[in-house]
Design a protein around this ligand. Structure first.
Ligand code: TRP
Length: 469
């Protein structure tokens, strides 16, 4: 993970291995896997996956999500890493260079633009939710979870949401911290620390799963997550599952393509993509196994929405021995996981301003931070004073979430798939992916040419009401 940040903070004075062409590179394959996994694992796995699974009825949704990861997410990830590595550039430059190489329309560059914009919009709410986790770190430390009753846990979360000043304070802390780190480049201490945090976060999730087995409702949770009941699956749920597959793997938002540009020639793109996809999925499923037993044991509502983990986990921490310690550690780790994802989301925009607009790194960070903070106000107020100010029945937060995860990311993924499988030359792609020249490559190409685009288009049209399946 540390070199992830090194490599992404290109102009920040960090040092890593350099390719023959002078491009920064990961020092080895493992650092790249950790980096990409660090970008992928974040609030998406632990906060978002459980609550959208709860909202969309469980098993059938999970199955569709797993299929999306396997058939769409991982192949698209391979394509993004390939485009980044071959072009050795940021997303807009990468798409332009690859289009040129293939003799295609220069407008393909727009895919890079959309990715950068999408990452930026995601970040505007990501910082606010990261603020919730920071706030909960402090709450946990104060011992407030100890023996907390389900009602009180709900009231505590509701109280936080109802207070815009508090939300604003925490999201400001997150924006300022993120921008400070991005503007300075990362210091060795933090980089090292992050290397320990990811494994520790996973260990803590496992502790939570362990606790969950003692609630007496573990089996109910397994049933909820893994027994598909297709009557509970709405057409919008399929779109949500598809969008989340992109979100959780950090696709179509510039990050993975940028990370790909630091990957060395001798790394197998196929193998690493599969490893990242499997790891990310495992973390999400474990988070589900930690949370739903508590939901069922205390008669909470699985479809409670974005507050799900903030209401369930304090109850668990309040019951378990050393709960204050574990709870504080957990929210610290989650805040760090969120922060590292946030940094990797912002880096493409800041480095674009620095490289193309010749801004100083400090100024670029300040400008971006200010815009982000302002946009973030929309999300902060979505949970209180603008709760009822809805657009197409969605609050500002819901609207940005829907626009990015359910429209921009699937569209970006669709375009990347079409580009990699139809526009780029087959022999180039074959050479890059590391799938060999045989059946595996043919299968990848078939999936990306037909299955991925058709699936995305059908899900789109269906969810938007143009066709009815
Ligand atoms: N994958 C991250 C998560 O699950 C969120 C995310 C979406 C992201 N797009 C990104 C992170 C781009 C970094 C870069 O929390």
């Amino acid at each position: 993970m540390s070199d992830a940040i090194n490599a992404s903070a290109v102009n920040a004075g960090s040092s890593t291995a350099v390719s023959a062409g002078g491009r920064l590179q990961w020092s080895n394959r493992l650092t790249f896997i950790l980096a990409a996994a660090g970008s992928a694992v974040g609030l998406g796995n632990i906060w978002k996956f459980p609550y959208i699974t709860g909202e969309n009825g469980g098993g059938a949704f999970v199955l569709v999500y797993l299929a999306c990861i396997l058939v769409i997410g991982i192949p698209v990830m391979m394509a993004e890493i390939m485009i980044g590595r071959r072009s050795q550039q940021n997303p807009t430059g990468a798409m332009a260079a690859m289009a040129k190489e293939a003799g295609a329309n220069p407008l393909w560059k727009g895919v890079g633009w959309m990715a950068i914009l999408c990452g930026f919009l995601i970040l505007s709410f990501y910082t606010v939710i990261s603020g919730w986790t920071l706030s909960y770190t402090v709450t946990s430390l104060s011992g407030a979870f100890s023996n907390i009753a389900p009602d009180a846990a709900g009231a505590m979360f509701g109280g936080m949401l109802a207070d815009p000043a508090q939300l604003l304070l925490w999201s400001t802390v997150v924006v300022v911290t993120t921008m400070y780190i991005v503007s300075r480049g990362l210091h060795a201490g933090l980089e090292k620390a992050i290397n320990y945090m990811m494994p520790l976060l996973v260990a803590l999730v496992l502790v939570m799963v362990g606790y969950a087995t003692s609630t007496g409702h573990f089996v109910d949770a397994i049933e909820f997550l893994f027994t598909p009941d297709f009557s509970k699956l709405s057409t919008e749920a399929v779109l949500v599952a598809l969008g989340h597959a992109f979100f959780t793997l950090s696709l179509a938002s510039g990050a993975i393509m940028t990370y790909g540009s630091y990957v060395s020639k001798d790394t197998s793109i196929a193998k690493t993509s599969i490893m990242i996809g499997v790891f990310d999925t495992a973390v999400a499923l474990l988070a589900g196994l930690a949370i739903f037993p508590i939901v069922f044991a205390y008669g909470l509502e699985p479809g409670a929405g974005p507050g799900l983990i903030f209401v369930t986990l304090p109850i668990a921490f309040g019951q378990m021995p050393y709960g204050t310690l574990f709870g504080t550690l957990f929210f610290v780790m989650l805040s760090m996981a969120a922060l590292t994802s946030a940094i990797s989301m912002i880096e493409p925009t800041v480095s674009w301003l620095v490289e193309k607009r010749k801004m100083s790194r400090g100024k670029a960070s300040a400008v971006v931070g200010l815009i982000l903070w302002t946009l973030g106000l929309g999300t902060v107020f979505s949970f209180n004073i603008w709760q009822d100010a809805t657009l197409f029945g969605k609050t500002f937060f819901d609207a940005i979430d829907f626009l990015t995860a359910n429209l921009m990311m699937p569209l970006g993924g669709l375009l990347v798939a079409l580009f990699a499988a139809w526009v780029m030359k087959s022999n180039v792609v074959k050479d890059e992916l590391g799938l060999g020249g045989g059946l595996l490559f043919t299968a990848w190409q078939f999936v990306m040419r037909f299955i991925t685009p058709i699936a995305i288009i059908v899900v789109f049209l269906n969810a938007l009401g143009f066709i009815k399946l």
